[in-house]
Design a protein around this ligand. Structure first.
Ligand code: PEP
Length: 250
C-alpha cells in the first residue's frame, strides 16, 4: 500500500519530561481508531529520549525514527550509534543526509550513502534528505544538486533499494529559516526526483521539508508528487504538528 509520511524532527530540543509529554499528546490523538492508516506519523526524538518516547507511543499508530545513524555496524567509534542499536530501541526509520549534518558534521554524499546502506541492512527505512543552498538555487543548479545527491546513494545502494526508502526534499535555505519553497518550486523538484527514480520509484514517498507549518502545508501537500512532510520546529508543538498531519492527503 502506498504510504504518505508525516515526520517530526525534534532535533536537539527538550528534556525527557517534555519529550514524553509531547509524545503522549500525539499518541492520544494519533491512534488506529482515529487516523487513516495510509498516513504514517513518525517522530525523531534525541537519542537519549528514544526509549522513553518509544514507550509513550507504544499503543498508538506512531513510529519512531533516529536523527542519525553510524555507517559502521560496531566497534571503537566513540559517541556513535549503530543501526542495530536503533532497531533494538524500537526504531523503524533513520534520517540520513540531513542538511544540518551535511553542513555542520561535514557529511559528504559518500558518507550519506554508507549510512543509507548501514540503515537498510539493519532493517531500518532510511529517509534520505536532499536539497540545494540558496546560492545553488540562484545559480539555477537546484535539480543538478538534488539529483547528484540522490545519484551518489543510487551508485552505492542500487536504484531498487533507494526506491524502497523515502526521500525528503529540503531546500537548505528553507530549513529552520521561516522561508518555504512555493508549492510550484517544491513540485518542480519532486517531479524531477520522481523522473530520476523512474518506474521503480512510482510508490517511493517523496516528502517536502523546510519551515512547514499548518498555515502553508495544505498547498504543499496538494502537489501531485508531494507525499508528506518533514517538519522540524513546528513538530515541537503537539496541536500544530497534528494539524499539519491532518492536511496530508493519503
Ligand atoms: C528539518 O528539521 O528537517 C526541518 C525542515 O526543520 P524546519 O521545519 O524547522 O524548517
Amino acid at each position: 500500500m502506498f504510504k504518505s509520511l508525516i515526520v517530526g524532527n525534534w532535533k536537539m530540543h527538550g528534556t525527557a519530561e517534555t519529550a514524553v509529554k509531547l509524545a503522549t499528546q500525539l499518541a492520544e490523538d494519533w491512534n488506529a481508531d482515529t487516523v487513516d492508516s495510509a498516513v504514517e506519523m513518525i517522530v525523531f526524538p534525541p537519542f537519549v529520549h528514544m526509549s522513553a518516547v518509544a514507550a509513550a507511543v507504544a499503543k498508538s499508530a506512531i513510529s519512531i525514527g533516529a536523527q542519525n545513524v553510524s555507517e559502521y555496524s560496531a566497534g571503537a567509534y566513540t559517541g556513535e550509534t549503530s543501526a542495530e542499536m536503533l532497531v533494538d530501541q524500537g526504531c523503524k526509520y533513520a534520517l540520513v543526509g540531513h542538511s544540518e549534518r551535511r553542513a555542520m558534521q561535514n557529511e559528504s554524499s559518500e558518507i550519506v550513502a554508507e549510512k543509507f546502506v548501514a540503515a537498510q541492512n539493519a532493517g531500518l527505512i532510511p529517509i534520505l534528505c536532499v536539497g540545494e543552498t540558496l546560492q545553488q538555487r540562484q545559480d539555477n543548479q537546484t535539480v543538478e544538486v538534488v539529483s547528484g545527491q540522490i545519484a551518489a546513494v543510487i551508485e552505492r545502494a542500487g536504484l531498487q533499494n533507494v526506491c524502497r526508502a523515502a526521500i525528503a526534499y529540503e531546500p537548505v535555505w528553507a530549513v529552520g529559516t521561516g522561508e518555504t519553497a512555493s508549492p510550484e518550486q517544491a513540485q518542480q523538484v519532486h517531479s524531477a526526483i520522481r523522473a530520476q527514480l523512474g518506474e521503480a520509484g512510482i510508490s517511493t514517498p517523496l516528502l517536502y521539508g523546510g519551515s512547514v507549518k499548518a498555515a502553508n502545508a495544505a498547498e504543499l501537500f496538494a502537489q501531485p508528487d508531494i507525499n508528506g512532510g518533514l517538519v522540524g520546529g513546528a513538530s515541537l508543538e503537539a496541536v500544530e504538528f497534528l494539524n499539519i498531519a491532518k492536511l496530508i492527503e493519503a
